[in-house]
Design a protein around this ligand. Sequence first.
Ligand SMILES: [Zn+2]
Length: 327
Amino acid sequence: MKCFDAHSDIWTDVTIKRLKGETNVFHNHHFERLQKGGVEGSILVLWVDPPHIRDYAKRTHELFTCVKDEIAEAKDFRIVKNYDEMMKAREEGVFYIMIGVEGMAYASYDPTFAKLDEYYDFGARHGMLTWNEENGFGHSAASGSTEGLSDLGKKAVLHMIDKKMIVDTSHLNEAGFWDIARIMDGRPFIASHSDCKKFSQHPRNLTDDQLRAIRDANGCVGLNAWNEFLDNDPMKGDINRLADHCEHMIDVMGIDHVGCGFDFCGFLGDPNDPEVYSGMDAVTWGLEDASKIPHLFDILRDRGMREDEIEKIAFGNFHRIVKEVVG
Ligand SMILES: [Zn+2]
């Protein structure tokens, strides 16, 4: 079963490694694992990693430079900016990447939206207003704030709608989520990598009401393989628990609103370098990296899910979002 993974931080790994002098990072460190797992394409986000969050402008420019250089060398992937380009790459068997943004601190103090347009002009067709930081657009789930989006943040959402960018609520706090749900007014929006509060009270997870709001907007939620999101007891954070999240999402939203946003981070980190963020301790047992993705679909099959249903989860639902929103 092929898979479209709607959330990955590979661009950050590309940036870390290129700044140390490496080239062709995607090819040398990622492509084989993605192929083994049947991943045919992905949203790769521009994400400022924690050691650099105070220096977000400098790091954003490093991301732009390193990702541009990586793309110029690309042998085994292609950047796609709309649905037709995505389908063409897919037919040709070329790994396709849609550029996204995870946290817009860099753009969030600019009332002209020229910096938000920089992301768009770079190729981004997707964005989250915040990562775990609070910024000029809004407050993250991690912040504990109960305040909604700023006025500028609300206008930024309207700007993204005009630009036909996918609006992603993962990482936003709940008040910001409901602001977006109101602004979208029935237009599709997503939570690319969030799980269910039913099993883990982690602030990044979604309540059933939030799931229903995404369903009502014809949006989609991506299943996340980040251990802490899976269960209040981290020892229960395995691949079977993620399948439980999948089934719960289907119970609440129906089959047309569940996808994949695995957020694999095990490739980030270097025990010898404190300047590098480590995601190693956050893996899900049985789904430690992209090569293991087929095991999740096997579990869903064993639980009685039909192939056409698994296809929707594996790629169909997020493809529909790209078609409807980006065009
Ligand atoms: Zn994230």
